[in-house]
Design a protein around this ligand. Structure first.
Ligand SMILES: Nc1ncnc2c1ncn2[C@@H]1O[C@H](COP(=O)(O)OP(=O)(O)O)[C@@H](O)[C@H]1O
Ligand SMILES: [Mg+2]
Length: 368
């Protein structure tokens, strides 16, 4: 038996298998990078559900040419202050996304730091094929084409442009809800799909969730032991056949965590048929030392130091809100009086583009 080290090219491909499953996951990584770069605005362009083209342009800090080269190397990141992995507040920190995506696609990276000239690097399946000056506004623009063209094993699992598009839209929505202070546009096949101005979380959520929720939703705002839960959930009578309208966030990071999904489900037990699902956008704010986000390559799962406390807060908080709502509508002998979740929310003037501070955002709770 002889043991050999994996060549870097293969390591990147293996990582790509974990980080980049489909266009939507590549898109998610790019948008996260733009937000981490301090962008105020992120412009996304897709063709054929991202199968032909994924382009993300931002007005963030940009990179100098030598930083661009480093960014394309594995495990190179600008996001680890003092190597404190448990205190990261950026989306990224593993330094894996760009080299992984570049190893399975044709990638053009263009970037410009304010006050200097732009630069461009082209990578074809892991190999640099060109570089030179580029004309672009300050910020970064990344184009990905021919994703998985040379990886038949992956290509096989891709679905129709339509299905890939809806997964891409979901990625954009989740990040746009996570960071309402950032503006977004989304174009698909030349059509403008979304235009989102920077705003407060409730406004952003209202823009992106089933709009009926302004009449069928319940505002949530509760806290226990330093953990705070805010957002909106649907009345039990307003539910869906799929769990696709459940948006969950931990410290402004979109997650698909089993504990949270399970707690949401438990709160509606006996109120909703087994095969039906509530609509929800819930923001959990937890002290950094209470949660580990580095348990999953795509960082969609988290680990809580005290899972029972988190579950208790969610189940208890939602249950209380649902019960109060039930009593209220029974007292008024009418189902689902209009809920003013959006109508009394005028868009706030934007702050200076800093991270969303959910503590300052009022989710209206009662509607007496
Ligand atoms: N849009 C961008 N604007 C500025 N810098 C970026 C951008 N995208 C990537 N970078 C730089 O490239 C590095 C590597 O990115 P990535 O591979 O996604 O790893 P990570 O985000 O985990 O650091 C980042 O740490 C950052 O310094
Ligand atoms: Mg990243």
């Amino acid at each position: 038996m002889s043991i050999k080290r994996l060549p870097p090219e293969l390591i990147n491909r293996i990582a790509a298998g974990e980080v980049v499953e489909r266009p939507a996951s590549a898109l998610k990584e790019l948008i996260e990078n733009s937000i981490d770069a301090g962008a105020n605005h992120v412009a996304v362009r897709l063709s054929a559900g991202g199968l032909e083209l994924i382009e993300v342009a931002d007005d963030g800090c940009g990179m100098a040419p030598d930083e661009m080269r480093l960014a394309l190397e594995r495990h190179a990141t600008s996001k680890l202050p003092d190597e404190a992995i448990d205190r990261v507040t950026t989306f990224g920190f593993r330094g894996e996304a760009l080299p992984s995506i570049a190893s399975v696609s044709r990638l053009v990276l263009e970037s410009r730091v304010r006050g200097s000239d732009g630069w461009r690097i082209e990578i074809d399946h892991g190999e640099e094929i060109a570089e030179g000056p580029a004309g672009l506004p300050p910020g970064t623009r990344i184009r990905i084409e021919r994703l998985f063209e040379k990886v038949p094993a992956r290509r096989k699992f891709l679905r129709s442009p339509r299905a890939e598009y809806s997964a891409c839209l979901d990625s954009v929505k989740r990040l746009a809800m996570a960071r309402s202070d950032v503006g977004f546009t989304l174009d698909h096949d030349g059509r403008r799909i979304l235009t989102l101005q920077p705003s407060e979380a409730p406004t952003r959520v209202a823009e992106l969730l089933a709009h009926e929720l302004d009449r069928h939703g319940i505002g949530i705002d509760c806290a226990r032991e330093g953990i705070r839960l805010t957002g909106v959930i649907s009345l039990p009578t307003f539910n869906r056949g799929m769990a696709d309208q459940q948006f969950l966030f931990v410290n402004s990071r979109p997650v698909k965590d089993r504990l949270l999904v399970g707690a949401l489900r438990a709160a509606y037990r006996d109120l909703i048929a087994r095969d039906r699902h509530p609509i929800a956008a819930l923001f959990l704010d937890v002290p950094l030392e209470e949660v580990d986000v580095n348990v999953h390559p795509a960082k969609t799962e988290v680990r809580f130091r005290d899972p029972a406390a988190v579950r208790g807060l969610i189940v208890g908080g939602l249950r209380r809100a649902l019960d109060e709502e039930g009593q209220r509508s029974a007292a008024h002998e009418q189902a689902a009086a209009p809920v003013m979740w959006t109508s009394d929310l005028t868009p706030q003037p934007r702050d200076n583009g800093g991270p969303a501070v959910l503590q300052d955002i009022g989710f209206p709770r009662s509607r007496e």
